[in-house]
Write a protein that binds this ligand. Structure first.
Ligand code: SAH
Length: 392
């Protein structure tokens, strides 16, 4: 096995179980590892620091295990089983809920791997060369861990940044062939289209926040901006909203929203879906038309250097909502940009509130749910943040 030797005193972060080895920490590499190969890491004294996936670039190794020289037998099976058992204990796998994230990368001690489960289908996404190389072994282990799993779909064409080392990065089925399913989230039904949908087909990470919105929806005029599959809208309807308007600039998203509303509330006349740009739509609505607004835009900052512009974007968007929301209104506002911290986001929303001159209070500070856990040694895993604000 290839061995990566670290420079003197460069093992500090590994001693604290941080799962990334940066190229600057490497003294030399004994061997010529291939992209994604499992390699051993040792400190300058030759002591084993652990084992991980090798990858060219600034993060040269993503650690899979610490203070050993080889991976244990049945490594993926053991890790996946631990992830499954945790979700089971947290009561996320019930007749009422078969939609959950089974693996959240570093948060489940499997850096570079995402697995979302929708009923009897798992959608697997690799974010590292190593997870791409190991995809078949992972799919096989998934079938042993998740009872009654019929399909494993691999969806990594857009998440693997490198192409040169592989000519076999292709989305497709590793197991089974069904292309859609009806998944249940908190007793509501959603059609999931992993082939054409964004990310793995659904945003599992808003489940708890949607449930909170349902709690406040009674009698309200709800505006769900950036609705995608209409998750927040369906919960608002179940919560007794007087009227719900869903907005997205993608025609496909609007179609999915309409189907999901119909599936759960076949006879409702309380819902309208509009295909339009969010900023244009907010500009045109009458003041005080809505008293519950959701802002859940896509990540405005995909990289650190985009943070300044992203913050301007959040400020502009939230300022519009503060300008229009009715007195006594609730604003659910989110950022899923990993590069934008909780503090930065709050500051952007604070600036937006100040522009409007309204009285605003924070009722809830929201985050990603328990099936998107943050490895305490890897704070970079925190990405979703939200605020629920009361606007007078
Ligand atoms: N709230 C959703 C997830 C939102 S994902 C949920 O709970 O599932 C972000 C959505 O924003 C995508 O569907 C995308 O089509 C939409 N979008 C991106 N830019 C937009 C814009 N300028 N105006 C309106 N919608 C936009």
């Amino acid at each position: 096995m290839t061995i990566i030797y670290l420079k003197k005193n460069k093992e500090e972060s590994l001693l604290r179980y941080h799962p990334w080895v940066f190229s600057g920490a490497v003294a030399h590499v004994a061997g010529s590892p291939q992209e994604g190969e499992v390699v051993a890491v040792r400190n300058s004294a030759g002591e084993p620091m652990g084992v991980g996936h090798y990858q060219e670039g600034s993060i040269v190794c993503r650690m899979l295990d610490f203070f050993c020289d080889t991976l244990p037998q049945d490594f993926y099976y053991t890790r996946l089983l631990a992830a499954y058992r945790m979700r089971e204990q947290l009561q996320l796998i019930t007749p009422d809920n078969n939609t959950y994230r089974l693996v959240h990368g570093e948060g489940d001690f499997l850096p570079g791997l995402i697995v979302d489960v929708y009923d009897d289908t798992a959608v697997l996404q690799a974010h590292s060369a190593g997870m791409h190389r190991d995809r078949h072994e992972i799919a096989e282990a998934l079938c042993r861990v998740v009872p009654n799993l019929k399909n494993v779909y691999y969806k990594s064409e857009s998440t693997l940044p490198f192409r040169r080392a592989f000519n076999d990065i292709k989305d497709g089925y590793l197991v089974g062939s069904e292309s859609t399913c009806l998944a249940t989230e908190n007793g509501l039904t959603f059609a999931i289209d992993w082939l054409r949908g964004q990310k793995t087909g659904f945003f599992v990470d808003q489940r708890e926040n949607r449930a909170l919105l349902q709690h406040y929806a009674q009698g309200r005029q709800v505006l769900n901006m950036f609705c995608y599959t209409g998750g927040f809208s369906v919960y608002a309807l179940r919560g007794g909203a007087k009227r719900v308007v869903s907005v997205d600039s993608s025609a496909k998203a609007i179609q999915l929203t309409e189907q999901n509303v119909k599936r759960n509330f076949p006879d409702t006349d309380r819902h309208t879906a509009v295909c339009r740009d969010a900023f244009d739509f907010l500009n045109d609505i009458r003041p005080e038309e809505y008293d519950l607004i959701v802002l859940d835009p896509p990540a405005f900052a995909k990289h650190r250097d985009a943070v300044r512009n992203a913050l301007q974007g959040y400020k502009r968007l939230n300022a519009k909502a503060f300008e229009k929301i009715a007195p006594g209104g609730l604003l659910f506002t989110f950022s899923c940009s990993q590069a934008v911290s909780k503090e930065m986001f709050r500051l952007a929303v604070f600036s937006a509130a100040a522009i409007s001159g309204r009285k605003v209070r924070i009722l809830h500070q929201l985050q990603q749910p328990q099936d998107h856990p943050i490895n305490i040694y890897h704070p970079e895993g925190e990405y979703l943040k939200g605020l629920v604000l009361y606007v007078e």
